[in-house]
Design a protein around this ligand. Structure first.
Ligand code: SF4
Ligand code: SF4
Length: 62
């Protein structure tokens, strides 16, 4: 099973909460938006989904 974290750029306000909460450093900030640069490391814990008050993050499972 693999997980793919996706950030909706139009909703991201750049608070960096997801960067701080992810245990495997999936996210980095680029031009004020969070980008899942290490998406392949995602283990599907959904901490980022819960911490994002903008509802900008979804995690797809396949
Ligand atoms: S927690 Fe949400 S709003 Fe904040 S940087 Fe991450 S994706 Fe953007
Ligand atoms: S689901 Fe967990 S491991 Fe995956 S990006 Fe979000 S916080 Fe990181």
């Amino acid at each position: 099973m693999s997980f793919t974290p996706i950030v909706d750029e139009s909703k991201c306000v750049g608070c960096e909460e997801c960067v701080d909460v992810c245990p495997v450093q999936v996210f980095e900030m680029e031009d004020g938006k969070s980008v899942p640069v290490n998406a392949e490391e995602c283990m599907g814990c959904e901490s980022c989904v819960e911490v994002c008050e903008e509802g900008a993050i979804t995690v797809e499972e396949d």
